[in-house]
Every structure is written in C-alpha cells, then in structure tokens.
Design a protein around this ligand. Structure first.
Ligand code: ATP
Ligand code: ATP
Ligand code: MG
Ligand code: MG
Ligand code: MG
Ligand code: MG
Length: 251
C-alpha cells in the first residue's frame, strides 16, 4: 500500500453524501447566457437551435447516468432527477453535481457545430447545484415551479420582442409598456395589436422540454426524431396529473 506521511490530508475532505431515500435534483444553468446569446446571435426571444442543443446535451447526460429517470429544461437550464433509491458515487453531492455539469458542458460544445453555422466565440460554461426533495409532491412542485417559470418568462419575452420587432418600440419603451401588466394583458396586447394567439406559439417555447426513457421496442420509423434509441423529448405540460399518469416515472 502506498502509505506516505502526507496521507492524513485526505481527512480534510468532508462527507457530502445526500440523505438516503430523497429525490436528488441537479440543475445546471448557463453562466452569463444573456451575453452568450447576444454574442452568438441567438434569435429573440427563442432560439430553437440552442434549445435543441440543450436537449441534445441533456440526453448525453442521461445516457451516461442511467440513474437519472427524468430531465426538464428551458432557456439555459436543465434539471436532472436521480431515482431516490440510487447509490451512484455513494450519493456524494459534489461528485454528482460536477459530473453532470461537466458532461453537459462538454456535450454542448461537442455538438455545437451540428446546430449552429457560426463557430463558438469563447468556451461556454454551466454552473450546477444539488437540491434534495424528501417527498414526491415536493419534487412535482419543483418541476411545476420550473415549468411555470418557463411560461411566465416566455409570455413576457414574447410580448417584449413583439413590441420591439413588430411594434417598433425601443427596448425601454417596450419595458415600460409591459410594466405592471398581468398575463391576460400581455395575451391581449399580442392578440389585438399583432394578431398573435399566444396559445399557438410552439410548445417547445411555452412548455420547455422533458426527457423521459422509453425502453419499448420501436420500429426504425418510430425511432425517427428521437434523441436516442431510448430517450424521448417531449414538450408537454408537467404541472397537471395527465403526464404523470401516462408515464409513471416517479411511482
Ligand atoms: P447567470 O450566469 O446568473 O445564469 P444569465 O445571463 O445566464 O446569468 P439567466 O437568468 O440564466 O441569466 O437567463 C438566461 C438568458 O439567456 C435569458 O434571459 C436569455 O437572454 C438568454 N437565452 C437563453 N436561452 C436562450 C434561447 N434559447 N434563445 C434566446 N435567448 C436565450
Ligand atoms: P475516476 O472516474 O474514478 O476518476 P479514472 O479512471 O479517471 O476513474 P483515476 O484514479 O482518476 O481513475 O486515474 C486516472 C487514470 O487515467 C490513470 O490511472 C491513467 O491510467 C490515466 N491517465 C490520466 N492521465 C494520463 C496521462 N497523462 N497519460 C497516461 N495515462 C493517463
Ligand atoms: Mg442564474
Ligand atoms: Mg444562466
Ligand atoms: Mg437561466
Ligand atoms: Mg479520474
């Protein structure tokens, strides 16, 4: 055995094992993506290329970690849910969080040219955090919170960029126009002034992306459009019960 007098320093490492039998969520979020999206000429308010690339990178994380049962993403973030009874890396928070963030980031860079014509101007990065949810209801509420956030931001951004791009308002004027408005006011501005029915906007933008596993054997034809052979990307509502009754992921 390699025993040196220096080895005692290992005892300085702290135990960061996640509480057993709790849902472990790792969320990654793009660092400084407001600037990154401008520098890389993202379409406003929603660049589909980036959302698809985010989904691709998240699929790669799920391929590496079979213990992840579901992932949900919107904007520059993705949340990964580990099965509550899993014991990967002894449930050490830092191992799980840094591995997820690192695989996600490298996959985002690796697959960039498949989605974007312009080269990366600098290396993008993602931060990560771990949150534990003791009950399945807590976890459901967490995922609902992220999807509600997607909806609120997207409605605001859609109204804002419509006022700027189609209504010829300056950014400051559009911001002022929307200040203090409620959801139905924004829907009304979009509909009566621009003929846009917000509910007809793409589900990808309004609902975000949920990745689930589907191990049922599929024909080549059915596999088309899938992220991988056994990972399915959906743009469905995950706040109501229908999705969960359908997929039985958390049971
Ligand atoms: P932080 O480092 O604190 O996360 P940030 O600049 O990344 O800062 P966020 O709150 O994470 O701030 O917001 C991400 C921003 O990135 C959005 O507000 C938007 O400007 C931009 N963005 C992310 N994804 C897209 C996309 N698909 N299309 C257009 N813009 C996007
Ligand atoms: P883990 O995921 O647990 O870290 P690991 O396979 O990365 O597993 P490490 O203990 O980190 O195991 O050891 C890294 C291994 O990678 C080395 O044992 C060696 O085999 C290989 N390796 C790393 N860097 C080099 C290098 N510069 N040249 C040759 N081999 C290398
Ligand atoms: Mg942030
Ligand atoms: Mg960010
Ligand atoms: Mg974000
Ligand atoms: Mg190693």
């Amino acid at each position: 055995m390699a025993n040196s007098k220096f080895e005692y320093v290992r005892n300085f490492e702290t135990d960061d094992r996640c509480l057993p039998n709790t849902w472990i969520v790792v969320r990654v979020d793009g660092r400084g993506f407001h600037k990154f999206s401008e520098k890389h000429e993202f379409a406003k308010p929603n660049d589909k290329r980036s959302l698809d690339l985010m989904g691709k990178a998240a699929g790669r994380v799920m391929t590496e970690f079979k213990e992840i049962c579901l992932a949900y993403g919107q904007s520059d973030e993705f949340s990964f849910v580990f099965k509550r009874d899993m014991d990967l890396h002894k449930r050490r928070a830092s191992k799980l969080m840094t591995s997820v963030a690192s695989i996600f980031t490298s996959a985002f860079v690796f697959h960039w040219p498949q989605f974007f014509d312009i080269p990366l101007k600098y290396p993008p990065s993602f931060d990560g955090r771990v949150v534990l949810y003791p009950s399945t209801q807590n976890l459901r509420d967490y995922l609902s919170w992220r999807q509600a956030d997607c909806h609120i931001n997207n409605l605001y951004n859609t109204a804002f960029w419509t006022l700027v791009l189609k209504g010829n308002l300056t950014n400051a004027e559009a911001e002022k126009r929307l200040c203090g408005t409620f959801a139905n006011d924004k829907n009304e501005i979009l509909f009566s002034e621009f003929g846009i029915n917000y509910n007809n906007e793409p589900q990808l933008f309004r609902k975000g992306t949920v990745l689930v596993r589907d191990k049922k054997k599929k024909s080549e034809e059915e596999l088309e459009g899938r992220l991988t052979k056994d990972i399915l990307a959906l743009n469905e509502d995950i706040i109501g019960d229908a999705f969960w009754n359908n997929h039985k992921i958390l049971d």
